[in-house]
Ligand binder design. Structure first.
Ligand code: KE4
Length: 449
């Protein structure tokens, strides 16, 4: 098995054909240095790769197309897309050109620019439910702000979220399930005051009946329901028929707002996001990742009457030094320009289907219990029998086997999300040869079990 490489492969072809131990000495050294000045040696926990039993994370040096090279020169087919932003792959000329042009003009002004108007216009055109949108610098900032706006608009405090969904690390969302559906959540992290999660109600994802029970009991206290319309943070779990529609109806009937957290799904599962794909219209939408083309970005937007409460138009405060940063706007505009081209989502879907077929065939041919959930260009291969429709199902997966799979795929030149409870996300840059590499690596893993 030979990677179509634009760069030096680490070791000889023979070594690589059989996979075999990777030389990751530079990553190991960098990790030792990193640990002396960065908590856990990483700037985001999942990157530590502890979930897949790595002694140290890989440090990535560069990327091009759908390929990554680590600090030791090992080359990998990438199936993570930097957790979503790199839907075009790396080095797309439109994005690189836009960034080069903007760098010479200035990287930050702390003042309005034409670029942020253009990106806002493109978002509003793609997502008709978004009549006004505010740019921020991360998905966390987007969801945190959307929650504040919903609470300010409704005058209510309770927020409903779903177990297994992740909306960034703002305190109200770092909540662990209480004893029952109607009980209020407990903090899921030190440093989160009980008072902060005391207004958070947790419900099982896809449990429309439980959601109905919560509204029956506390509907007039609920400011909003926030949901990943396609869950990506317990692994990919699609909405069951009627689930999103029930959330929509319950919010409408009670005066609560429905927030679609489309930080992952926005511009990934369709041009108009999950709200286009499933035909359910939220009151607010949060975005991130793809709309920044790989630069730090987030956004929240929705109904004009709701968003008009945001300062300086309204009195709900929200602000940010680098909000609407020109580089992020330029990269985001360039990315959306390419995604707006005819046939792009069909091509993404076809590539994702091709990859999934290969992975599933490999697992089934070996008789290994596996379930693949996919929506558009995001998917997860769960190492358990299906169906996987909520977090309780997802947690049945054999995470030890996933860790072995992840390390095997890495040694065979394929970089997957370093956790069973994340999404693989493919890019437009993935080639037939890349899919062949991934399929062959998966086949060799399952055959060896
Ligand atoms: P950021 O603050 O990481 O930009 O976005 C938070 C967020 C909000 N909503 C959803 C649906 C998300 O998936 C995320 C962040 N996604 C994770 C990956 N599952 C980011 C990776 C990480 O935490 O390092």
């Amino acid at each position: 098995m030979y990677l179509q490489s634009q760069g030096k492969l680490n070791g000889s072809r023979d070594e690589r054909d059989g996979g075999g131990e990777l030389n990751t000495e530079t990553s190991k050294r960098l990790f030792a240095e990193a640990q002396r000045c960065i908590p856990g040696g990483v700037n985001s926990p999942v990157r530590a790769m502890k979930g897949v039993g790595m002694p140290h994370p890989l440090f990535i040096a560069r990327a091009r197309g759908a390929h990554l090279w680590d600090a030791d020169g090992n080359e990998f087919v990438d199936l993570v897309s930097s957790w979503g932003p790199m839907i075009l792959g790396w080095g797309h000329p439109e994005v690189v050109g836009a960034l080069h042009a903007q760098i010479d003009l200035g990287t930050s002004f702390g003042a309005p620019t034409a670029l942020e108007v253009e990106l806002a216009q493109r978002i509003c055109e793609a997502l008709p439910s978004v009549e006004l949108v505010r740019m921020v610098n991360s998905g966390t900032e987007a969801t945190m702000s959307a929650l504040r706006v919903a609470r300010g608009f409704t005058g209510r405090d309770k927020v409903v979220k779903f177990i297994g969904c992740y909306h960034g690390h703002a305190d109200p969302f770092l909540a662990a399930a209480g004893s029952g559906v109607l009980t209020l959540a407990l903090p899921d992290s030190p440093g989160v005051p009980r008072a902060t999660t005391a207004d958070t109600i947790l419900v099982e994802y896809n449990d429309a009946a439980a959601l109905g029970a919560v509204f029956a009991a506390r509907g007039d206290e609920i400011a909003c329901v926030i949901v990943e319309p396609v869950a990506g943070n317990m692994g990919v779990v699609p909405p069951q028929p009627g689930f999103l529609e029930t959330a929509r109806r319950l919010c409408t009937d009670s005066g609560a707002l429905l927030i679609f957290d489309e930080v992952i799904t926005g511009f990934r599962v369709a041009w108009g996001g999950a709200q286009e794909r499933y035909g359910v219209v939220p009151d607010l939408t949060t975005l991130g990742k793809i709309i920044g083309g790989g630069l730090p970005v987030g956004a929240f937007g929705g109904r004009a009457d709701v968003m008009e409460t945001v300062a300086p138009l309204g009195s709900t405060y929200q602000a940010g030094t680098l909000s609407g940063n020109p580089l992020a706007m330029a990269a985001g505009i360039a990315t959306l320009k390419v995604l707006a081209e005819v046939g792009v989502y069909e091509e993404l879907e076809a590539r994702a289907v091709q990859l999934c077929q290969g992975l599933v065939e490999a697992a089934l041919s070996a008789g290994v219990p596996a379930t693949l959930n996919r929506v558009g260009a995001m998917m997860t291969l769960f190492f358990c029998d299906g169906p996987v429709t909520d977090f309780a199902d997802a947690r049945r997966a054999d995470t030890a086997l996933y860790a072995r799979y992840w390390r095997h795929m890495l040694e065979h030149g394929v970089y997957l999300a370093p956790s069973q409870f994340e999404s693989a996300m493919v890019s437009l840059a993935l080639t037939d040869a890349d899919v062949a590499v991934a399929t062959a690596a998966a086949r060799s893993f399952f055959k060896g079990l």
